[in-house]
Design a binder for this molecule. Structure first.
Ligand SMILES: Nc1nc2c(ncn2[C@@H]2O[C@H](COP(=O)(O)OP(=O)(O)OP(=O)(O)O)[C@@H](O)[C@H]2O)c(=O)[nH]1
Ligand SMILES: [Mg+2]
Length: 471
């Protein structure tokens, strides 16, 4: 196992050979990608996972931790000098400080290296000394994966698809209105291009807030340092029969192609292809709360996100990967502390059903997959509350908005996930069985015993699936 990882590490290291070459050779590295759509819970997941690997008192489902085989865990400088470091200390201070609060939104890729010194298990334990494993954790927005589909589309194909969606969506009206005043064949004029890009970005933002996930190009929503640059200053236009030289259409087409080659391809080349294990976080409860359309959209987005892991159809990615594949993918419904544990089996069934197609695809590509419901940081306690003659399984916590303590019951999740997924697929406008509530809790103040990490639900199971076999 160790040998195969070393060989793989060496192989993959070829294009990144540098000062770390000897380290890579003798000390295996495992790259764990953590992704999910905006607000899915990536930052909190990584922060709590690292804190719980540093202090393993609450990691009993992680076999190596339970057996006491992880001698030491410590943070080290990461291998990639140009990738922002995951601000672990800041995020942990936010979550566990005297006035706990959720960390700020993070809108770019970041990385953290956690190194583990491990004692060998079983027969070898007396013969071998300890070994080291570097766990490189990479946080990146799931929206960036959705951009993969753009690589296979020309500007006119992409425009046609986007424009076809607009009439059915109320937030598309302004873009359609603007398009009636633009002539794609007219000479390119920068203020016009900026106007088109601004309207189109506004539309993407509104669509995203309404729960639609088909909102690529992803960087229009998360521009970071690219804000205002030409690669983000374009929008869809109907294709003329013969686009004129120097026309608005030609310039938009050129920028769309630049987005593909200067933004999308480098992300896949520099980050995505190096990932060994992947966790995809999903805020399923929020989608259920938003209604059937949001659930159906989420299901489709999961399928699209996962098509990156089965790149057969995408020549660019296939050639980059050269046969390498992600070995394990975990789909995790986050924020399970919004539910009493009585409802966790239903939540797990929902996340399994929601990602079934995506998981089939990944399995087809040779990756091992699993789905579970977890809370990276438990912010609630459980209680039963009498209601109309029955006991309702509730959770109690401090409300984010008011700071007051409150008990919360989100509604009865169905035993059979089809009761949600089928109406969602059939385009239902609302749930038949009434509504599902969503609630935001503030992180709870807690004091930690020495050796314990922050409280969580099933984070240790997630870790066992993702890295347990390498420990
Ligand atoms: N109750 C509870 N809420 C959580 C948990 N994890 C995340 N949240 C909530 O979800 C929000 C988003 O979590 P983040 O970890 O910042 O999500 P993200 O995916 O990094 O978000 P972006 O960086 O904006 O893409 C937090 O501000 C919390 O309100 C959890 O384990 N329990
Ligand atoms: Mg984040």
């Amino acid at each position: 196992m160790v040998l195969s990882t070393m060989a793989e590490g060496a192989f993959r290291g070829l294009d990144t050979f540098g000062s770390s070459v000897s380290a890579r050779f003798f000390e295996p590295t495992l790259r764990l990608g953590v992704t999910g759509l905006a607000r899915a819970g990536k930052t909190v997941f990584i922060t709590s996972l690292v804190a719980n690997l540093l202090n393993r008192g609450r990691m009993l489902q992680l076999e190596a931790a339970r057996q006491g085989r992880i001698d030491i865990a410590y943070l080290q400088p990461q291998p990639d000098d140009t990738v922002p470091r995951f601000a672990y200390e800041d995020h942990l201070a936010a979550l566990t400080g005297p006035t706990p609060h959720w960390p700020d939104s993070t809108r770019a890729v970041s990385e953290l290296r956690l190194s583990l010194t491990l004692r060998p298990a079983g027969l070898l334990s007396g013969l071998q000394g300890p070994r080291r494993l570097h766990l490189d954790i990479v946080d990146y927005p799931g929206e960036w994966l959705l951009d993969l589909a753009l690589l296979d589309k020309s500007y006119s194909q992409w425009s046609a698809e986007v424009l076809a969606r607009l009439p059915a969506r109320q937030m598309g009206a302004d873009v359609l209105q603007l398009l009636t005043t633009l002539d794609p064949q007219s000479p390119h004029d920068e203020p016009q291009a900026q106007k088109l890009a601004a309207e189109f970005t506004g539309y993407l933002q509104a669509a995203r807030s309404a729960g639609f996930y088909d909102c690529s190009p992803g960087r229009f929503l998360l521009p970071g340092a690219l804000e205002g640059s030409p690669v983000l200053t374009f929008g869809p236009l109907p294709a003329p029969d013969r686009p004129a030289r120097r026309s608005l259409w030609r310039e938009m087409e050129r920028r769309y192609e630049a987005y593909k080659s200067k933004v999308v391809q480098p992300f896949f080349r520099d980050h995505f292809t190096k990932i060994d294990r992947q966790v995809v976080l999903v805020d399923a409860l929020s989608a259920i709360h938003s209604g059937p359309q949001a659930v159906e959209d989420l299901r489709q987005a999961m399928g699209d996100v996962l098509s990156a892991f089965r790149p057969g159809r995408n020549g660019f990615l296939t050639s980059l990967l050269r046969g390498k594949r992600v070995e394990k993918i975990l789909f995790a419904a986050t924020k399970a502390d919004h539910l009493h544990h009585q409802q966790h089996p239903q939540m797990s069934a929902i996340i399994e059903a929601l990602t079934a197609e995506a998981r089939d695809r990944a399995q087809f590509a040779g990756a091992e997959t699993a789905a579970l419901a977890l809370a990276s940081l438990r912010a609630t306690t459980e209680e039963m509350r009498p209601h109309e003659g029955a006991d309702l399984p509730c959770v109690r916590g401090r409300l984010l908005k008011t700071g007051r303590q409150a008990a919360f019951y989100p509604g009865a999740l169905p035993e059979d996930p089809a009761q949600l997924l089928v109406p969602a697929r059939q385009g239902a406008q609302s749930w038949l069985e009434g509504d599902y509530q969503a609630m935001q809790f503030a992180p709870a103040a807690f004091s930690l015993k020495p050796g314990d990490g922050p409280p969580h639900i099933r984070l240790d199971r997630a870790a066992e699936f993702l890295i347990g076999d390498q420990l």
